[in-house]
Design a protein around this ligand. Structure first.
Ligand code: KMH
Ligand code: ZN
Length: 309
């Protein structure tokens, strides 16, 4: 019998811009409502970024995070997972501000510096809602998503070791798994490791099942029984690769951060709609989904009452 599948829902992120979907949550109220609906639909982890309520631009401001986190914390049992990846143009110090303030049960940790190309998406948009969007996407031609060994060590030490937060280790390529193994060897990262294979980002590994198998084989070799994995695939690959991940013994991440569609060419009307879709696929495959309590137990989380909210 396989373990219940952990569904993570990444609610808004910093990859998509408001012109790509009118359903992308922007204001604290929208982020809170969509998060709570995603939790009701079966997501046991909510991966969260914040946006400027005025124009939808990704923001690192903890005061904006604190306009939606308390409501989600009070009204759901889901695990709150704060991004430390933030959005382009933010320093690592800025990206980690909310996580340092809140000390969540879980936060993301990106396991290497890389190109992160969003600019092809600009060519597909003809009408822009806000004037920052086009320049934001275009500037990724010359953007390096910075996650050096020093950055990673600092987050593991100050947010992990000191605050008791555990991590969604975001691995965009095979080398990132070796970087994680390095931090395990140095006892900075501790099992059980929750590894997110990130597939289909321009600059990272492509989203196909052969690559997924390669990621799993490499993680097996490096971490043995000390890890569990989840998979997110960008854009149209989201649901097919999530299904393949679940069939391969893994967990899944969906949400409008990773794809704004529900099927080919059709916008998802909410995050919950994507959660329901993957939940139903899993059900058809005779798999069960993890409750927040099961998720906490499997990931070794400190507990909801240990968070500063
Ligand atoms: N946007 C995803 C490709 C983070 O927030 O730390 C990766 C991500 C990074 O979720
Ligand atoms: Zn994210």
């Amino acid at each position: 019998m396989r373990s219940p599948v952990i569904i993570t829902c990444a609610i808004t992120g910093s990859v998509h811009t408001p012109s790509m979907s009118k359903y992308l949550p922007i204001t604290p109220e929208q982020i809170a409502q969509q998060s709570m609906a995603a939790a009701r639909a079966g997501a046991s982890i909510l991966h969260l970024h914040a946006r400027d309520p005025e124009n939808g631009k990704p923001t690192h401001d903890p005061d904006v995070f604190l306009q939606f986190l308390p409501q989600i914390h009070e009204q759901t049992d889901a695990v709150i997972n704060l991004s430390t990846g933030g959005g382009q143009g933010m320093s690592v110090e800025q990206r980690t501000r909310a996580a340092r303030r809140v000390s969540p049960e879980l936060c993301s940790l990106n396991m290497g510096s890389m190109n992160f190309g969003l600019y092809p998406a600009a060519a597909r948009i003809s009408q822009w809602r806000y004037d920052w969007e086009k320049a934001f996407l275009e500037s990724t031609r010359n953007f390096i998503f910075k996650n050096t060994f020093e950055d990673i060590e600092d987050i593991l030490e100050n947010i992990g070791e000191r605050g008791g937060t555990r991590f969604e280790f975001e691995c965009y390529d095979i080398g990132h798994l070796y970087t994680l193994a390095h931090f395990v060897d140095r006892k900075f990262a501790k099992p059980p490791l929750f590894i997110q294979f990130v597939m289909g980002i321009l600059g990272g590994i492509g989203a196909d099942s052969e690559n997924l198998l390669y990621m799993i084989r490499t993680a097996d070799k490096l971490f043995g029984n000390d890890y569990l994995f989840s998979v997110l695939a960008a854009g149209r690959h989201q649901m097919p690769i999530a299904t393949t991940a679940a069939c391969s013994g893994g967990n899944v991440r969906v949400g409008l951060e990773d794809s704004v569609t529900i099927s080919a060419g059709k916008l998802a009307k909410s995050n919950a709609e994507q959660v329901v879709k993957i939940r139903e696929i899993l059900k058809q495959l005779s798999m069960t989904i993890a409750t927040p309590q099961q998720t906490r137990a499997r990931l070794g989380l400190k507990g909801k009452d240990q968070v500063n909210l």
